[in-house]
Design a protein around this ligand. Sequence first.
Ligand SMILES: O=P(O)(O)OC[C@H]1O[C@H](O)[C@H](O)[C@@H](O)[C@@H]1O
Length: 549
Amino acid sequence: MTTEGSPLVWKPEWQALREHQAALTDTHMRALFRDDPERFHRFSIQAAGLRLDYSKNRINHDTLPLLTALARACGLPDATEAMFSGTAINNTENRPALHTALRAAAGSDIRVSGENIVPEVQATLDRMESFVERVHGGELTGFRGDTLTDIVSIGIGGSYLGPRMITEALKPLAREGIRCHYVANIDGTDISEVLRQVRPETTLFLVQSKSFSTQETLANSQLARQWLRDNGASDTDLGHHFVAVTANAAAAREFGIHDDAIFPMWDWVGGRYSLWSAIGLPIALTLGMDHFRRLLAGARAMDNHFRHAPLQDNMPVVMALLGVWYVNFWGADSHTILTYDEYLKNLPNHLQQLDMESNGKRVDRDGRPVDYATGPVIWGGVGANGQHAYHQLLHQGTVLSPADFIIPLNSHNPVANHHATLFANCLAQSQALMQGKTEDEARTELQDQGLPADEVDRLAPHKVVPGNKPSNTLVFDKASPETIGALVALYEHRTFVQGVIWNLNSFDQWGVELGKQLGKPILQQLNEGITDVALDSSTAGLMKLFRGE
Ligand SMILES: O=P(O)(O)OC[C@H]1O[C@H](O)[C@H](O)[C@@H](O)[C@@H]1O
């Protein structure tokens, strides 16, 4: 029976999951592991160089079939095909969401308005390649003929987080002699700190903006242009120092960027999904185009897995459904990303935008308010640092925040016994979250320390760790362009699947517009020293403070 089209919480598959959750409420994961020694093998998936262990979840043999039944009832297979084939699934902007076309095989045929877009994607990659080679080969120089040594990428949101995260994730592969810096914020500190580190004659600015109308990016680009002028560059010289990646070539031209230095973006790519396009230029310039192409290949391997693997063996689908399981049936409203890889320290930031801007929605695709929870708060950080900070809350707090542990089997920096120690820490955390410590165990421990009975009574409750806290562990051999590409694509598809279940448009972001709209008159009033009498007293009071009134 298909129940596609009926409101989500009325679907029998949803009701079946509710009943299943009720039946599992008192089951502790400790018991599940004790009763099934095969749990690790049973609940694990390998794909595109990644291995997912999802055995430390509140699931038994019935859970995945029930969750995948919900996915089918929500039309997931058709929705997936619609995304890959270029249907305008972004229905509020009437556009496809074709980030997968950016990494599709060269001979693919993916049509937008009847036209195959793959040749243009491939031509842009070739243009990027020759540009990168000309920079690396010293053919493109600064206005005094110097080799370009520093790239300053100016962009924010999706035009910043992805490239920054990837260049950091693959830092061991970075080329000698070229440094990449990022400026995103309108806080003057951001650009000032970067400009202090670079020289005008050897710096190339990349203006990264799909719209070429983002306030922060334009203001920082204008400031960079002025800085070059102040340092002796003529208007003609500026052409040596600016490149734009944008879907708004006219605005880039107006800014003074030459046509041959403007790389295209397309409205069928969302900003937070755009690192695979020319927005990835900082990646290609830092790591080389061969590594950039390998990154795309890794993402493509994950795309193929996602598109073709059965739902129950499908890594992004399983991770997405487990997320739905906790958000909608166990009351979780956050999800934790714990990267046990220093180079992946920016991954939580990228995933925050990817997931929270995609699924932080309150109405469904048809504009009806939802009566179920949607995207959780995504947060996280790097292990083991977090263990000495916020893991306390994960272990004993009242919040349920399922965690993804992400760790390579091998380190790029295999010093002393560090990687084994890091790995042990990672395993100990997921084990502690799963098994916890019972009151009996806490009491025995205290008694073994020789404490008197009243002290044992007093301290035991503080030492109890409830456990039964869910986590996934994602491992891969060593961070490579392919594994990192696959990892990021995995989370993109996880986000997409959840959007399908929740019947959201995961590809618009109207919520961010209001702040931009309100910001304009506030800035004008701050500059002009006028306060709108109709303003709320908080905003008016703070404006007066800023102006020193
Ligand atoms: O690339 P741009 O057009 O400059 O946009 C940069 C970012 O700003 C916007 O406010 C959106 O919320 C983001 O999705 C976008 O990635």
